[in-house]
Design a protein around this ligand. Sequence first.
Ligand code: UD1
Ligand code: MG
Length: 424
Amino acid sequence: MLSPELHVLVLAGGESTRIRTGGPKALLDLCGKPLLEHVLRTASSLPAASRVLLLGSRHRGPIEKWLAESAYRDWKVVLQAEAKGTGHAVAAALPVLPPAGRLLILYGDTPLLSPDSLRALVEAEGGGLLTAVLADPAGYGRIVRDEPGELRAIVEDADCDEETAAIQEVNAGVYCLDLAILRRALAELTADNAQGELYLTDAALAVLEETGGVTVCLENAPEEILGVNTLQDLALVAGVRRQLLLEEHMAAGVIVDDPATTYVEEDVQIGAGSRIGPFSVLRSGVRIGRGCHVGPFAHLRAGTVLADGAEIGNFVETKNAELGEGAKAKHLSYLGDVAVGARANIGAGTITANYDGKAKHRTVVGERAFIGSGTVLVAPVRVGRNAVTGAGAVVTRNHDVADGATVVGVPARPLHVPAAEKPE
Ligand code: UD1
Ligand code: MG
């Protein structure tokens, strides 16, 4: 019987050589979040007595910097001085782990795992490891079974002969193991393999043989185990994740015209009845109310908040932009660092000139204001409620437009019209 106390270890100490970007694999962007964040988020879904992240000396700097500002800053970091294999990595983490208990080990490059799959593994009597059957098993460790179907070996891709290479059941790289027995098994590892590394797989096999552990096969969701070793893998994994996120939005009542060309990143909120047109990009943190219209060809960046019924049309980019109920910007605009009041209309080609080369400044557009086509709003500036700007107006910084006023020209000046002709 395994001790109930669970500890979690995520390995991200590899050198990321197959990625070829020069930077760490862990920080590659996947749907708006670093690859590693996906793993830490899933790993955090289980109650654990301690959580440890293993990093390598080569890439620790940027990863630790990101971690310190993330929601996962309470994870304990441990270092592997040299990347000598996954078994060597776990051995390097042992000093910060207790002598006994259960250890859940995950690889930092396997971002699609679900909390449910981890739970199934953690609940397995005697511990275990996750597997899946892949149409193309190349690159993964193959699960070798004997006649009754018992686990006999895990053979790395580089060590496979032709017959073993044809096995389609592969190792996900997720293990739940008795920690005291694992300590012994790691001490006995040798690097007698094609890569000259200490393989965690060899130690995991030895532990499971001793504890009578099992393999848990992800029959319904084999794509969960997809790992990222190359940039081709990253593109494949991102495609899977993107479709999953869109399916969740559609299940909640969001109309997505063309999932194949719609990019909705992690942590985006969209209200029911809203419609997202083709070729639209919604970055992490964007919040959209109910009955909104976005796209086609819209780019909504961080800090964009649309109240119910707001509309963002084609070739509009928004950033730190709050649009009130029913506000519209339907064509060819850049709206940055701006608050647009309810039912205001932003004409085609309107630009907020929010950056003066040194700092970003804010623009405020009042309720029901009517911003004429081609207006440039040079921030900081404020356009009042029911105010109007003429086509092509350049409203210069700090030259606020009063409620109900009309301004025209370059630089924009008030236009005096008889009271009877003023817009409502
Ligand atoms: C590993 C498994 C393989 C499995 C696959 C699943 C081993 C020996 N092989 O292969 O059976 O099918 O994952 O995706 O475990 N790492 C370190 N220190 C090291 C080496 C690696 O921390 O010295 C980390 C990496 O940063 C990575 C993880 O361990 O997050 C896995 O390493 P990787 O080199 O990607 O192993 P795979 O070849 O994918
Ligand atoms: Mg890998």
